[in-house]
Design a protein around this ligand. Sequence first.
Ligand code: GDP
Length: 522
Amino acid sequence: MSIHDEVTRRRTFAIISHPDAGKTTLTERLLLFGNLIRSAGTVKGKKTGKYATSDWMEIEKQRGISVTSSVMNFPYNDYQVNILDTPGHEDFSEDTYRTLTAVDSVVMIIDATKGIEAQTIKLFKVCRMRGIPIFTFINKLDREGKEPFELMEEIEQVLDIETYPMNWPAGMGKRFLGIFDRYGEQFIKYNGNEEETVIPYAELDSPDYREMTEHASFSTAQEELELLDEAGDDFSREAVLKGKQTPVFFGSALAPFGVQTFFDTFVSMAPAPTPRKSTEGVVSPDNPDFSGFIFKIQANMNPAHRDRVAFLRVCSGKFERGMTVKLARTGKTIKLAQTQQFVASSRDTVEEAFAGDIIGVYDPNAYRIGDTLIEGKGDFEYAELPQFPPELFKKVTAKNVMKSKQFKKGIDQLVQEGAIQLFKHFRSESYILGAVGELQYDVFKYRMKNEYNVEVMLESIGERIPRWLTADKVDESLFDERNLLVRDREDNYLVLFKNEFSLRWFKDNHPDVELIDLFEVN
Ligand code: GDP
């Protein structure tokens, strides 16, 4: 197969959702399609400690996260599927956001009983910033949830994106009859078990289905469908690919119901890897020279083998194990001999990979997040990964003041690596760390002790809202502990606002001070 054919059949995506919306359950269904697991409940094992046998890292063990479940790949029909995990809960970190820089599309799961939740909004914003196409799966239709129109409206208003329902449910919970597949022009009947009956629209008049079609939920759904046809947005593949419209699918990951139709439609509509911007213009995924960038580095917590794995997204050409590449930042060449592919249950050596694939490369402490690796004579770097606004801030000091040299060195390296963000108090210069999730602090503390032999003390200053200042000159008297003025690594000033209220108060009283929200999308 040519490089072009290999690239065209790749679908690299992440599933985003708020905890408990059904990400694990849906992922597991997809892995079943890919024959990666044999029975439902295998992936769930991670919560009951099944993955705890991994010796990969201590914290990973304690938390039941597994590097092996970070990327799952399998062939499906004519496609090659790569699913990237986006950890949630207490495992939420900047890596969760960075993962979204390595995908070509996203599946957003919404719990029909809850609607849009906080973590979904955060992850959605990153997709929106990057123009990533988003496919929506509204889950748990087997339970009583919000009305479908209410859910559509919520998506449109809260997330500010057009919706196009690919299917439409007739009833839900106990009254759930099935879904009208608008795309395939057929009704998919829910039988209360895994068996789905597919009925072309033309055959719905048959007396066999009278009991169902005479049901009030059925006629209500038909009326709603007519309304959608008349007043709803038209489907636009172009708008979908630009991330301006989201195709919406209703179903149940657990039943399972509507999952196969969803996935078949998804893989056919979702984009293959597209050209990426670099310092030397756009690089096509078909370009025969291998290139890629590193979006995540996972340090080994085991002091006995302090190796690290860098996650690399292949952007062009063909990767072959043992090939020599150039690290664009330094110009040094590196042989990629120890490489891994991540499959649900094991880490296999990867021999070759194409644009869209994710490989793990052994990191001899040489890489940084955002690094570009290239083959041949090329000399370019992919666009820098964006900085994501941290939310949890803590003051950090060394327990033992005599260790300030190692303390500074450790922080310096961990910050460079992208493990955590560093700020300095505008006057005292004391260190303040910023993270997206608590996990980053656990990892930070652990690595400071094990790699730099420094015990650190962390004092929380709570959740804060960071806003960058644009002006070079700053009137320091405007700020205090509530609206804390700090500087970032590039010496830009930013304010850590105590809460929404103090942010609003500040804006009202100092309308002339320009504040920048890194998450704001124009
Ligand atoms: P995650 O936190 O997003 O990975 O969510 P899980 O997949 O672990 O699901 C959270 C809970 O919701 C579990 O108890 C699942 O069994 C349940 N769940 C997931 N999908 C469905 C569904 O379609 N219907 C119902 N009734 N429950 C579901």
